[in-house]
Design a protein around this ligand. Structure first.
Ligand code: SAM
Length: 377
């Protein structure tokens, strides 16, 4: 444990900044303007990371922590402040990104927040040597699952996890879903997003985790597709398409869909679903960080991009250079989003609409979505 230090301010990724031995340290579990002792968990020549161990002087905004494994567990960053404060903080931190700042400062954005408890439809649990739980921040040390369960999970999922055991001594992980009030492990399932559409996917596919905001997010994208294309039948290109679930939300307006993705199981389900609903489709396996895509401007009415945290990537950005098709970019990482928008801006694109979906309350993560158009659109 270190000598006492004063924390200075909130910084990105749920940390507060402090200095210890003249070196910047990013602290998990503190608020600004607190005096704390911390444990160093990672350090290099220039900076380090730590977890609060003891609080000598509290910030008045600190609230009683509801979860017994916070801040040891690396999952949540904000269990020590009110959700209201968290929302305000997330907006302030987003203003640090040059391309996002103007929209936030002028109030030109939509904000969708989530119930702060039990919002996840899936969880990854780690097992090792009879222990199971979540990882400690920046490590693969297991913080045992608490008797109270995880507050981000529905009760049924918590109860199910507590009954698990794993005699193996090898580190294993399990992804468990909670869909339509059912627990789902290692299998195919249907997700009903609209009364007339059932999307078949499996536990090996990506699915957005917030069960309360999933439809709101899809609806926002659908409305923007219709607004930007002004067409009754659209031709869509989805990059990092997963099971193609985004376009499933406007199936009635789809003429054709082409999707690129590197998870072959997701591609299998994408094909199967669009075939079932008789939509002209082409789903192609591609590592989009190693390969570009040949984009012809008259081929699609809209491009939907929903990459992992790494963002769009150099190869794909090059493919988009001469493109003038409206785009919708949904991102779970404002830093790579900002970088990509700066590059796309040089090719003539600008943000037209912007929205924040707080898919992950109590954590530092947010989903942001923007529509991008070139001047003539
Ligand atoms: C944020 S998810 C979006 C999936 C889909 N839009 C959805 O909402 O279900 C990102 C997707 O990118 C895919 N992906 C990851 N790395 C990739 C790569 N190198 N090339 C192509 N796709 C990749 C993942 O498999 C995942 O399906």
């Amino acid at each position: 444990m270190t000598d006492p230090v004063r924390t200075i301010k909130w910084v990105q990724n749920g940390f507060t900044l402090t200095y210890f031995n003249n070196k910047p340290f990013f602290i998990h579990g503190a608020l600004p303007d607190e005096i704390i002792h911390f444990e160093i968990i990672k350090e290099n020549k220039h900076h380090g990371f730590g977890i609060v161990k003891k609080i000598i002087q509290k910030n008045p905004l600190r609230k009683k922590i509801d979860c017994p494994i916070f801040p040891l567990c690396g999952g949540c960053s904000y269990r020590h402040i009110d959700y209201k404060e968290e929302i305000a903080l997330k907006i302030e931190l987003l203003k640090e990104f040059s391309e996002i700042k103007p929209y936030l400062e002028t109030g030109q954005f939509d904000y969708y927040f989530s119930p702060e408890y039990k919002y996840r439809n899936q969880v990854k649990i780690h097992y090792l040597n009879q222990k199971y739980g979540f990882f400690r921040l920046y490590s693969n040390i297991i913080v045992p699952f608490s008797e109270e369960g995880c507050y981000n999970l529905p009760e049924k999922l918590n109860e199910y996890i507590k009954k698990q055991n794993n005699p193996s001594n090898k580190l294993k992980e399990k992804k468990i879903f909670y869909i339509n009030n059912n627990i789902i492990e290692n299998q195919t399932f249907n997700i009903k997003l609209m009364p007339e559409v059932e999307w078949e996917i499996s536990t090996d596919c990506f699915l957005q985790t917030n069960r309360f905001l999933l439809r709101e997010w899809l609806d926002w994208i659908k409305n923007k597709v219709l607004l930007l294309t002004q067409k009754s039948k659209v031709n869509v290109l989805e990059l990092f398409c997963g099971t193609g679930i985004i376009s499933s939300y406007f199936l009635n307006y789809l003429n054709s869909i082409e999707g690129y993705e590197s998870n072959s199981i997701s591609l299998k389900f994408a094909k199967l679903n669009y075939k079932k609903y008789h939509i002209k489709n082409q789903f192609i396996y591609k590592d989009l960080y190693s390969n570009g895509v040949n984009i012809k401007n008259n081929q699609y009415d809209i491009i939907i991009i929903n990459p992992p945290r790494k963002g769009i990537g150099k190869k794909l950005i090059q493919s988009l250079e001469n493109c003038n098709i409206p785009m919708i970019y949904s991102s779970c990482n404002p830093a790579t989003f900002n970088r990509d928008i700066q590059i796309l801006k040089k090719t003539g694109y600008k943000i037209k609409h912007f929205a924040i979906f707080d898919f992950f309350p109590r954590t530092y993560h947010v989903e942001i979505v923007a529509t991008l158009v070139k001047n003539k659109c």
